[in-house]
Ligand binder design. Structure first.
Ligand SMILES: NC(=O)c1ccc[n+]([C@@H]2O[C@H](COP(=O)([O-])OP(=O)(O)OC[C@H]3O[C@@H](n4cnc5c(N)ncnc54)[C@H](OP(=O)(O)O)[C@@H]3O)[C@@H](O)[C@H]2O)c1
Length: 235
């Protein structure tokens, strides 16, 4: 029997997280989403039965407040998808603040949520944690050192929590390269980015939903980070 408990997706009021929340609702899967900015998409998700909870992961206090709020809304979780992410400029003079904020959202939030919500996941016979990382951790980034390092730390959490929580909770990662451009990305940037992968396409967020589906449905995969990069590593 599949567990009827909700799946938590963090940072799911837009783009990839929102798409995955909608697709899981299409499957009849209850969903809880965290958000920081109120958006029309949240009204739509609420109408469809999703629970939407404010969560700001910039600070330890914000993360712990979110965990308390979450526990007031559910006693069980089928899965947690750590999707919330911040891609901040590492501006001279402000490097330390940007580094700390990205460590908090990419590492401290997943770390504390995983530690404090294990009891919710154990309410299901099998459960999943999925960390949405980034393909950039494969080779590093001279321009986005702090972003890349904080996502690499998230990859490390995948290994450690997979060992800690086996066999009841599988813990995996998804490491996408380009999924969706931002509105302000210009033609030159788009062309340069598309040329980096063997497939040469902007796949959209559905490939993340497909990867989640695979990880949720497969009982023999844990401690793995799925590369979803259009073959960047073979180009
Ligand atoms: N898009 C791509 O092409 C791509 C490529 C590689 C990897 N990824 C990864 O895939 C995932 C989804 O990508 P995306 O482009 O859909 O992400 P996104 O829109 O940039 O960010 C997702 C959400 O994270 C929330 N967030 C940011 N900082 C937060 C904080 N301190 N506390 C709580 N929430 C916070 C934002 O909420 P607010 O808007 O309310 O602030 C945002 O809606 C991310 O983990 C990203 O790193 C994406």
């Amino acid at each position: 029997m599949p567990c009827p408990a909700p799946i938590l997706i963090t940072g799911a009021s837009q783009r990839v997280g929102l798409h995955c929340a909608r697709r899981l609702l299409d499957d009849g899967q209850p969903v809880i989403v965290s958000y920081r900015s109120e958006r029309d998409s949240l009204t739509e998700l609420r109408k469809r039965g999703a629970i939407t909870l404010f969560g700001d992961f910039d600070t330890e206090a914000g993360i712990l407040t979110f965990i308390d709020t979450l526990k007031k809304h559910t006693g069980a979780l089928r899965a947690i998808v750590h999707n919330a992410s911040s891609w901040q400029a590492e501006t001279p003079g402000e490097e330390a603040q940007a580094f700390a904020r990205m460590v908090n959202v990419h590492m401290l939030a997943p770390y504390l949520i995983n530690l404090h919500c294990a009891d919710l996941l154990h309410a299901c016979e099998t459960a999943d944690i999925v960390h949405i990382s980034d393909d950039v951790t494969r080779k590093g980034s001279s321009k986005h050192i702090a972003y890349c390092a904080s996502k690499a730390g998230l990859d490390s959490l995948t290994l450690s929590f997979a060992a800690k929580y086996a066999p009841r909770i599988k813990v995996n990662g998804i490491a996408p390269a380009l999924l969706m451009f931002n509105e302000h990305d210009d033609a030159a940037y788009r062309a340069k980015t598309l040329a980096k992968s063997a497939m040469g396409i902007e796949p959209g967020p559905e490939v993340v939903y497909q990867s989640l589906r695979y990880l949720f449905d497969n009982p023999y995969v844990t401690g793995t980070t799925l590369t979803v990069n259009g073959g960047r590593h073979v180009k």
